[in-house]
Design a binder for this molecule. Sequence first.
Ligand code: GDP
Ligand code: MG
Length: 162
Amino acid sequence: TLPVVALVGRPNVGKSTIFNRIISQRLSIVEDTPGVTRDRIYAHGEWLGKEFSLIDTGGITLNDQNLNQEITSQAEIAIDEADVVVMVTDARVGVTNEDEVVAKILFRSHKPVILAVNKADNLQQRQDIYDFYALGLGEPYAVSGVHGTGMGDLLDALINQL
Ligand code: GDP
Ligand code: MG
């Protein structure tokens, strides 16, 4: 069985965008009821010949949970299921309380974590990610899920942990 990589992070940081970028195909979304879309959660990823299963925990929603409970549950699912966790944050927003909640859970798990700082779309934003060291998860990797920049370095770091 393939090693498992899980994407975690609060809503809207770009997990699904990075998920689609890593598996390098536009995925069909499943429409259950009008106006409701469900993201694909599992896919097959590969980088430099190393294969892995990728989980977008943001697509896992549990009923009757508030935002903090939901983020916490997703992080716990990632820790249980994954060999490596990719925590996604937003360069344009900076470090938030929810990021700190997620980072603390991941830190305590002792799982390998790669820290992605997404939406670093330009040079200024790529250079301005050092606040993210405060999450205690090691080196932050500046990426742009939309443009694809930084993905190579992120994936190199990721497969080094598999
Ligand atoms: P998720 O909730 O974490 O899965 O986030 P999504 O992947 O759905 O992205 C949330 C929003 O951020 C969407 O409008 C994306 O187009 C946007 N987004 C994602 N990645 C980037 C990026 O690298 N740069 C910019 N500017 N926007 C992005
Ligand atoms: Mg999503």
